[in-house]
Design a protein around this ligand. Structure first.
Ligand code: 28G
Length: 685
């Protein structure tokens, strides 16, 4: 037993009886298989039973303590102190000590009855102590009538700690005798020793060192964590005093004291009062209570206060002093009690309607709460078993808290009104946020829904894609056939769009043509313009090469200028240049933009030729798709005019647009007549 020499200063080895005298020697021989190596012959029947008992714990520790990490390591402490707490809660102990030494060994003691050492009925050659320490579930099975509540790692038992400790020493002071037994990795390394008479001592002391083979060489208890856990136990049960001590070198430079005594007869109310110091509160009184034997079975204690300063609330709940981090039935009971209590209070003060929307989440959102229940044979669920599943807890808590809450609200009307207003405010705010979200979602859907008239291009990205805004359905039809559907989209607009310059904002928004346009572009308009959402690199206005076409083009440009100036600034807006004439002679065909261009072509291309065929297009819709493509849409052959606004001229430009597009028909007319003038502001590309 060389390892026990190191760990317990040689005591274990010295005190261990000779192999020939004690069954412990045989047990010692059986140690190897527990640690994972098959042993040889020489097992006693009882030894095999013990081996079968704890071997699974060492093989799959996670099944019993939820892993082998730091949390699991501290679970060992929880298990041991929970045993002492069970004794305290049952009224058999009132002092518990916790001590961490410099070697990382942790001791827990209680002044209870002491674990029985008499021989066990099922295993006549063993003490009850040994069976409890070396058999899985040994504790819970035969003491349910003794214990009012059963904690202990949710009932797994102290033997799990034993199995996962490289050394564990138990001292029992009972019947004025002091007993001691040492274990390693779940097996006894000594028999039960009688150390002598003790007059003023009673109870159990367990000192253990977690097994590095299980938790790793670096694993160690964290003093601050043990300190918090130990202190919370004292809050959870006001009838116990917990004495904390820790090797000073382990807590140097931290705010964990080397020694402390916890006793909180005020229980959870005291704890909560400490937690909320300096925080903003809705109302300054803690709602707290404690009920023994609620409804004949189970006890509970709670403390709740509502935080004001925009802080999230919390509920720390426990069952039999075991933290239930995931809540469960007891928390559910608390939520329902607080909600219904507050709603009924609202009714009493004539606020039924305002409080109708308040939910349990609204009430609990900023509630800082502590809840502790004690019930017999609790059931836990969830991966880490930290959610209470016992259904009766819900009703016990709801009834007890509800009753007390009604009284509390009635007794402190000013607190009650503040709390009620607060909850109503939260509910209203939640509903407002949800409505806002709905609007946002609808907007998002609308953004995705493209107008039905749009023939979109198949390229998803903005790069190198263009949209042709076309006047009328027939031109739209031609353009749809003439386009390169990969990169070119077509949006036909019916007739003249609204004149933006003299339309109200509401009228603009209501105009279906413009709505379609904004939807197709995807970038929003006015103050909602988002350049990053523009779906096309080029926005091309393609209208007939006549006065009406010019008017429509100018209306559109005005709209863009007013509603999406950044689109123009970004160089995204263009005018298509469809031909007005088709000139043909001897199988040769060319197109002219306007009269001047026609005359020029006649002089150059068809120089000296008589009877050149000259056709005038009435509109885009009249052109064959192939012609439209060749002359106006095909990026390789067409010409586009980029619409630009000189930055320094912006004010002037605005004035020009105003003058031309506003309520002055004469000005507008001349503008249309002088389309060439207008085109001066355009640049060829
Ligand atoms: C120090 C660290 C952890 C404990 C007790 C006391 C009793 C006990 C523990 O009994 C076995 C089987 C059925 C009665 C109970 C003592 C009744 C009478 C106990 C602890 C005994 C369990 N006398 N203290 N277990 N039952 N403290 N502290 O583990 O017959 S465990």
């Amino acid at each position: 037993m060389s390892d026990s020499d190191d760990l317990f200063g040689g005591n274990a080895a010295r005190k261990m009886p000779e192999a020939t005298e004690s069954p412990a020697a045989k047990l010692k021989a059986a140690r190897a298989p527990v640690a994972g190596t098959p042993g040889e012959a020489g097992y006693t029947a009882s030894a095999i039973e013990v081996l079968e008992g704890l071997e699974p714990v060492r093989r799959r520790p996670g099944m019993y303590i939820g892993g082998t990490d730091e949390k699991a390591l501290h679970h060992l402490f929880a298990e041991v102190i929970d045993n002492s707490m069970d004794e305290a809660v049952a009224g058999h102990a009132n002092v518990i000590t916790v001590e961490l030494d410099a070697e990382g060994r942790l001791s827990v003691s209680d002044n209870s009855r002491g674990i029985p050492i008499d021989s066990h009925p099922k295993f006549p050659d063993k003490s009850a102590l040994e069976v409890i320490m070396t058999t899985l579930h040994a504790g819970g099975k035969f003491d349910s009538k003794v214990y009012e509540t059963s904690g202990g790692l949710h009932g797994v038992g102290i033997s799990v700690v034993n199995a996962l400790s490289e050394l564990l020493e138990v001292e029992v002071a009972r019947g004025q005798q002091l007993y001691r037994q040492v274990f390693s990795r779940g097996l006894p390394v000594t028999g039960l020793e009688t150390l002598g008479r003790v007059l003023n001592r009673r109870g159990t002391k367990v000192r253990f060192k977690p097994d590095a083979q299980i938790f790793g060489e670096k694993a160690h208890f964290v003093p601050a964590r043990l300190f918090r856990m130990a202190r919370s136990k004292a809050y959870l049960f006001g009838g116990v005093e917990i004495r904390w001590s820790c090797a000073p070198e382990l807590v140097q430079g931290t705010d964990v004291p080397a020694e402390a005594t916890f006793k909180f007869p005020g229980g959870l109310r005291d704890y909560l009062a400490g937690e909320i110091v300096g925080r903003n509160l809705v109302a300054d009184q803690i709602f707290a209570g404690k009920i023994e034997k609620a409804g004949g079975h189970g006890s509970l204690e709670w403390a709740v206060i509502w935080l004001g300063g925009g802080e999230d609330g919390f509920v720390n709940s426990y069952c039999n002093t075991i933290p239930t981090a995931e809540g469960g039935t007891h928390e559910q009971g608390l939520r329902i009690a607080l909600l219904r209590g507050l709603r009924d209070h609202a009714e009493r003060v004539g606020q039924t309607k305002r409080a109708a929307n308040v939910t349990a989440d609204d009430v609990m959102a900023t509630a800082a709460g502590m809840l502790s229940v004690f019930i017999r044979e609790p059931e836990f669920q969830g991966q880490t078993k930290d959610k209470l599943a016992s259904v009766e807890a819900s009703r016990i808590v709801e009834n007890a808290v509800r009753d007390a809450f009604d009284h509390w609200l009635a007794a402190s009307p000013s607190q009650a009104i503040k709390l009620l207003d607060w909850a109503i405010e939260r509910a209203d705010e939640r509903l407002r946020r949800r409505a806002e979200k709905d609007v946002q979602r609808k907007t998002a859907v609308r953004k995705l829904r493209l107008p039905g008239k749009l023939a979109d291009c198949s390229n998803a990205g903005m790069t190198d894609s263009e949209i042709f805004i076309v006047e009328g359905d027939s031109a739209g039809g031609s353009a749809k056939q003439a386009r390169d559907r990969r990169t070119q989209a077509v949006l036909p607009l019916r007739g003249k769009i609204l004149n933006v310059a003299n339309a109200t904002r509401d009228k603009l928004a209501a105009n279906q043509q413009l709505q379609d346009l904004v939807q197709a572009l995807g970038c929003g308009a006015g103050s909602h313009y988002r350049p990053e959402d523009l779906r096309y690199e080029r926005v091309v206005i393609m209208t007939d090469a006549d006065v009406d076409g010019a008017h429509i083009a100018s209306l559109l440009i005005t709209y863009f200028y007013r509603q999406m100036p950044k689109l123009i600034d970004g160089g995204h807006l263009f005018l298509a240049v469809p031909p007005l004439y088709r000139l043909g002679h001897g199988g040769k065909t060319v197109y002219a933009r306007d009269d001047a261009h026609k005359d020029e072509l006649l002089k150059t291309v068809f120089k000296g030729k008589s009877n050149v065929e000259i056709g005038r297009f009435k509109g885009l819709g009249e052109m064959m798709p192939a012609q439209l493509k060749e002359t106006t849409m095909d990026p390789k052959k067409r010409m586009l005019l980029r619409v630009e606004v000189e930055t320094e001229d912006r004010l002037d430009t605005a004035a020009v647009v105003e003058r031309l597009m506003g309520n002055k028909p004469e000005a507008r007319f001349s503008f249309i007549q002088e389309r060439a003038e207008f085109a001066k502001e355009l640049v060829d590309i």
